[in-house]
Design a protein around this ligand. Sequence first.
Ligand code: CTP
Length: 419
Amino acid sequence: MNKTLSGKTILLGVTGGIAAYKSATLCSRLVNLGANVRVMMTKGATQFITPLTLQTLTRHPVATDVFDERDASIVQHIDWADSADLAVIAPATANMLSKLANGLADDMISTTLLATTAPLLIAPAMNVHMWEHPAVIDNVNKLASRGATFVEPGTGQLACGYVGKGRLAEPDEIVEAIVKMLVGPKPLTGQRVLVTAGGTVERIDPVRYITNDSSGKMGFALAEAARDRGAEVTLVCGKTEAAPPNGVQIVKIDSAKEMYDAVMARLPGTNIVFKAAAVADYRPLHQEEHKIKKSAEALTLELVRNPDILQGIGDWKTNQTIKNDLFLIGFAAETTDVEKHAIDKLKRKKCDLIVANDVTASGAGFGTETNIVSVYGPQGLIEHIPQMTKRDVAERLLDIVQANRNGLEAHSAGKGTNR
Ligand code: CTP
């Protein structure tokens, strides 16, 4: 689940218009994104939707009366005003716009908003003639000049029977505006990220195969972290233990050959590749159509080399005839001489960075929830990342990738080249 708004407290003011029913969808979307939502309602709003509905969706009591002080240790409207990262009024009636523009404080919403220093987002909804009334226009302009952000009403059939501008913006549009205000532009927006994860499966016969212990967790964590930074993520995954993340494109493969084809076909247009999968270096020469029957005392399996996918990507990326800005991150599972092997692999496979883990260390490598890695660039060690959750390692890796790509872009811009 994408928890973009986790740790954020949103004060949601619901005022008395028919569109108040849409605040239920809005609450549920915000809660799903991890936000802590505190709802305030005017008396009018409670005519259209019950406080219990919004309390149930947000798991917080809903405030409808500024004098209804249930906790003697706090002054509720001040406490709520102080706790807010953002105040949102949706829907905002013409009456509430007027109160806010003129600094009135005669209900829970207007009183709390006078007391908060949090930014304000307003989504008005009203009859088209009300929206076009000079008094409303003045109030909107006054609030905008004080820094309020508006999600303007949409045009269409209004509940009052008119067709025109005045419908509350759709909850998704309001959520988008909220995310933009609270989280800001995401650093990987517009970037395509390809992640490989899990182990490959090399068939011997219909019921037997060669594989490895990879759980796919590191690749999944990278896919999630890149997704949450706004990237369009493709996850090419083999055999994995955990459930793959939502919000990314999943391409399921079995063998190294299938992974090679899936990855190579997607390189044009891809900006960043994390080659986190554990790929089998060899596969059985023959894949038997039927289950192998036991006969002799010994059975010899002949194995042949698989394509090296990372090498293939490195060759593609450095091929002078292919214009690309691919940034390639390889992984190295080592048991001895980690640094030496990692740097050697980085150079051989033409990676920009290589992430090495000592798979023998406890708390690192296959199947674990945590990892311990060292990141190398062509010049040597960039950073040692001590033991932390795979998700935290993924966040740190993305920071390093972003920093190193920016350096590269700044450097190449001076040379007038694409890289
Ligand atoms: N890799 C790959 N294709 C292969 C083998 C490995 O793309 N056929 C990639 C892995 O996804 C990883 C990197 O190469 O990003 C290093 O994997 P590793 O198993 O550590 O190295 P090998 O290439 O197998 O090298 P060696 O056997 O020399 O250690």
